[in-house]
Design a binder for this molecule. Structure first.
Ligand code: ATP
Ligand code: ATP
Ligand code: MG
Ligand code: MG
Ligand code: MG
Ligand code: MG
Ligand code: MG
Length: 284
């Protein structure tokens, strides 16, 4: 390493290592996507191509970063969860966030032509912001994931009704907003059904539930998908009991197997226990 009188400036760098033994969530969000979605004529309220592009970019990020356990995406955002034992970049926040943001953005741009074959990208190009948050318990992490999925549900029900009023009901956005002011979920379901014969339950799962991206170890045959109601993975993973002693090679083999498992994109309920109970490898 070269020595020079300038070297002292390195000391101005502040440490930003994230708290050990906590689940790290990096959430990225598209910058100015309200405008971006208008520029590229995203279908309202849900452009399928745009969501599939987000999912494809998230999959690519996960393939490059095996420390990511699971990711959840909706609209122009994606949350990536690093396992609590992750030691990538010594858990430095700026390193983790900037690597996710730049890898995701690079793939978003790279994969754009596959999903928007008749609309080439032009400046201003898509960009994303990002932040990292630590969650100490599995319950906190699951509450975080639930928070995002509830948000997806509330926004999608609102947007679906809002755009039905405009596109099918022929009223303008101001009027639509006024119609929906102070309404509850049941009212919106009723408007959709009585005015437009739309049963919200029959809307596509990707729109209602968002997208969960994870390594499906059950596909590669190393773990079985646990039958519902037979195993409480969450309680186990969060327990204060001594961790089960595992030989180092066994742990390493498990890690390798997980890294090799196919990365899948599904649109499932991640609020209820079932999703997690059936896939104990995700939080263990
Ligand atoms: P890292 O790669 O560890 O995340 P970084 O990218 O900031 O951190 P490097 O790319 O390894 O750091 O190095 C950047 C430059 O800073 C190098 O050219 C190196 O000479 C200098 N440098 C790094 N660490 C020190 C140090 N502890 N003291 C003086 N100079 C250093
Ligand atoms: P910011 O830079 O603060 O995030 P933003 O304009 O991106 O500003 P968001 O709250 O992130 O604001 O909202 C995302 C916007 O992008 C919304 O207006 C949403 O309708 C639009 N959008 C994102 N994905 C899609 C999609 N797949 N189909 C239709 N519209 C979308
Ligand atoms: Mg934002
Ligand atoms: Mg945004
Ligand atoms: Mg957003
Ligand atoms: Mg470096
Ligand atoms: Mg360097």
């Amino acid at each position: 390493m070269a020595n020079s009188k300038y070297e002292y400036v390195k000391q101005f760098e502040q440490p930003d290592n994230l708290l050990p033994n906590t689940w790290i969530v990096v959430r990225i969000d598209g910058r100015g996507f309200t405008k971006f979605s208008t520029k590229y004529g995203f279908e309202k309220p849900n452009d399928k191509r745009a969501l599939e592009l987000m999912n494809a970019a998230a999959r690519a990020v996960m393939a490059e970063l095996p420390d990511i356990t699971i990711a959840y995406g909706v609209s122009d955002e994606f949350s990536f969860v690093f396992h609590k034992t992750c030691s990538l970049f010594e858990r430095r926040s700026s390193k983790l966030v900037s690597t996710i943001v730049s890898t995701f953005t690079a793939y978003y741009v790279h994969l754009w032509p596959i999903h928007f074959s008749d609309t080439p990208l032009s400046p201003p190009l898509p960009s994303f912001d990002g932040r990292a948050v630590c969650y100490p318990t599995v319950q906190n992490l699951r509450d975080y994931m639930s928070w995002r999925q509830v948000d997806c549900h509330i926004n999608n029900l609102y947007n679906t009704t809002f755009w039905a009023l405009i596109q099918l009901g022929g009223i303008d956005p101001t009027e639509a907003e006024k119609t929906l002011k102070g309404t509850f979920a049941a009212d919106k379901n009723e408007i959709l059904f009585s005015k437009f014969a739309i049963n919200y339950n029959n809307e596509p799962e990707m729109y209602k539930k968002g997208s969960v991206v994870f390594r499906d170890v059950s596909i590669s045959g190393n773990y079985e998908l646990v039958e519902p109601g037979t195993h409480n993975a969450t309680a186990e993973a969060d327990s204060l009991a001594e961790p089960i002693q595992q030989s180092k090679t066994q742990a390493e083999n498990d890690k390798k197997r997980r890294a090799k498992a196919p990365i899948v994109v599904q649109h499932l309920d991640i609020i209820k226990d079932d999703f997690w109970d059936r896939r104990p490898w995700l939080l263990s």
